[in-house]
Design a binder for this molecule. Structure first.
Ligand code: SF4
Length: 265
């Protein structure tokens, strides 16, 4: 049943639902603070490096000076100076980010778009009041002057975030669609959000495309399915796969006496 105190559906819960509804149940109804733990520095090295990279990119835009950048010959070198050196994050990640942003600055200067170079939003928190509220957090939102639209920019540092693979691209689109829907239904943006871009410094990839309209329809349907399940206390069926081996709820789900899935005695 949906109550006034119902937790908002955050992106991680939304994506969890798509993988396994039982896992969503464990995650969404857990009586701990994990559900709201976004942004905490993790003990896991890959997650920790990802968070540090995000923080550095956020700080980069606060420190750079476009007037000075326009006067230097080596823009990439100038930008690189505003990113960390020799930390636990690989230097090549920052080298790549400096190169991507230098190329964008050169393009925007040539097209006389300099006033739109700086992101419109950085580390933006999203909230949409709804039957069950929806919340999210995007790394960055840029304005695209030629499209008269906004572009959601995400930094992903894991190797699995490879948008050139269709399966990964579908998952990434679902995440982006979740954010897009919140943004386009709130007053926060003055033009439609129509594009998304991914910067992956591990794979040295920048991927940009218009968000497909079918993504938005799929996101809306999934949201309604989640609300219906929460309202009716289920069903939350298991979706058993190899991914179960990495599931934090594996023991509860498959081995607990109450569940009676695997009982050896
Ligand atoms: S162990 Fe598998 S089936 Fe059970 S909640 Fe986790 S992912 Fe779902």
């Amino acid at each position: 049943m949906v109550t006034d105190k119902q937790r908002p559906i955050r992106k991680t819960a939304f994506m969890t639902w798509k993988k396994c509804k039982r896992k969503f149940q464990y995650f969404y109804f857990a009586e701990d603070e994990e559900y709201f733990s976004y942004g905490k520095l993790s003990d896991s090295k890959p997650l920790r490096m990802g968070t540090l990279f995000h923080d550095a990119c956020e700080g980069f835009f606060k420190r750079i000076d476009l007037k000075t950048a326009g006067e230097v010959v080596d823009i990439q070198g100038y930008f690189r100076g505003f990113l960390p050196q020799d930390t636990e994050v690989p230097n090549k990640w920052y080298d790549y980010f400096a190169q991507v942003e230098a190329d964008r600055l050169i393009e925007y200067t040539a097209k006389n778009w300099l006033e739109h170079y700086m992101p419109t939003f950085i580390e933006k928190k999203l909230h949409l009041s709804d039957t069950i509220d929806r919340t999210g957090h995007v790394d960055r939102i840029d304005y695209l002057p030629d499209k008269e639209a906004y572009c959601i920019v995400e930094y992903k540092t894991g190797k699995s975030y490879d948008p050139t693979r269709s399966r990964n691209r579908t998952d990434l689109r679902a995440e982006i669609g979740f954010y897009q829907q919140i943004l386009n239904l709130t007053e926060d943006v003055k033009a439609p959000v129509l594009y998304w871009k991914l910067i992956n410094p591990t794979l040295q990839i920048v991927f940009e495309e218009k968000i497909p309209s079918q993504t938005l329809r799929a996101v809306q349907k999934t949201y309604r399915d989640i609300v219906t399940a929460v309202e009716n206390d289920g069903p939350f069926p298991r979706e058993i796969s190899l991914l179960c081996l990495w599931c934090p709820y594996l023991n509860n789900c498959l081995y607990s006496k109450e569940e009676k899935i695997f009982q050896w005695d």
